[in-house]
Write a protein that binds this ligand. Structure first.
Ligand SMILES: *[C@@H]1O[C@H](CO)[C@@H](O)[C@H](O)[C@H]1NC(C)=O
Ligand SMILES: *[C@@H]1O[C@H](CO)[C@@H](O)[C@H](O)[C@H]1NC(C)=O
Length: 290
């Protein structure tokens, strides 16, 4: 074969084999909510870790995956871990109904937990290496998953969300917007916020996911106060002080401040950054130990 045509064959051959985002049509479980499940298994699988990447409002698994600012496909290609991309059936994730704010309540959080269980079996994931990330509505869902499925998740890195339970709907509506919370008026003590988390999975007494919380100081969609409220919530859950043990300026980049609350909780306050803080792949992967 002529060398040039051999090169052409090889090029087309590898393009045909390249990993793609693929839908899993039946991931099982009995949740009433049925968001879509998409998965990306990199060509060079080199890790038994799983990252679940949860999209924002008015998005989907496919749009989020294709978004150049969402670096988890690149992380998966570089480090060889599997990523799962849930896709909502509503404009935003349901982080307001009792069904989604309860362990095994049948809502969106339950469905995503079912995706995680499916992925652990199907892709031979180490159950101790299940990580969750998301932005905006996906950041809210990350907090809700940490509260409802602490038994399934090892660590969370969430961007520009609100405390778990902050978007609760007084009428019980699913996927409802909550202006009080988005506006930063839902304020409570750490103990009260911690109780919200504990009530989502009553009786749970084992380890909880390590939490990394990112928020921008000029967020005009989910008020910056939600950073303080989320920090209060998780410091209470972990039983540590609301005052950071240290704050590192210009970390991980200029104008960001990293607040250290011990091994289980880290806050990153992005000075001058609005909604939503861009994903920082290296810092999130480092938090996950990837
Ligand atoms: C919005 O959320 C707060 C808690 O953050 C809750 O007290 C309030 O009832 C919710 N508002 C509506 C209209 O559901
Ligand atoms: C934790 O919960 C499990 C299961 O409900 C129970 O068997 C165990 O006694 C509890 N442990 C403590 C220290 O409360």
């Amino acid at each position: 074969m002529h060398l040039q045509s051999l090169a052409t064959v090889l090029t087309f051959g590898s393009a045909a084999l390249a990993a793609q985002l693929t839908q899993v049509s039946n991931y099982g479980g009995s949740a009433r909510a049925k968001p879509g499940m998409w998965v990306y298994v990199p060509d060079k699988l080199q890790s038994n870790a799983l990252v679940v990447a949860i999209h924002s409002c008015q998005s989907s698994a496919q749009k989020y995956f294709a978004n150049a600012k969402i670096p988890w496909k690149q992380g998966s290609d570089r480090k060889g871990y599997v990523t799962v991309w849930p896709s909502s059936t509503t404009e935003c994730w349901d982080v307001s109904s009792k069904a989604s704010l309860s362990h095994d309540g049948g809502g969106d959080s339950n469905a995503i937990a079912n995706m995680i269980k499916y992925a652990i079996t199907q892709y031979k994931i180490d159950p101790k290496k299940v990580f969750v990330t998301g932005g905006s509505s996906g950041g809210m869902m990350s907090n809700v998953l940490a509260a409802t499925y602490p038994d399934l998740i090892s660590a969370v890195s969430l961007y520009s969300g609100v405390p778990a339970g902050c978007f609760v709907s007084s009428s019980g509506a699913a996927a409802a917007w909550n202006n009080t919370c988005s506006g930063g008026q839902s304020r409570a003590t750490g103990a009260a916020w911690g109780n919200v988390v504990r009530a989502m999975y009553p009786g749970y007494n084992d380890t909880r996911p390590r939490m990394q919380i990112w928020h921008g100081s000029t967020d005009g969609t989910l008020a910056p106060q939600n950073y303080q409220e989320t920090i209060k919530q998780w410091t209470n859950v972990f039983g540590v002080s609301e005052t950071p043990t240290s704050s590192k300026p210009n970390t991980p980049e200029a104008n960001y401040r990293m607040d250290d609350f011990g091994p289980n909780l880290e806050g990153i306050w992005a000075q001058g950054v609005g909604h939503s803080v861009p994903s920082h792949l290296d810092a999130s992967e480092a938090w996950f130990g990837l």
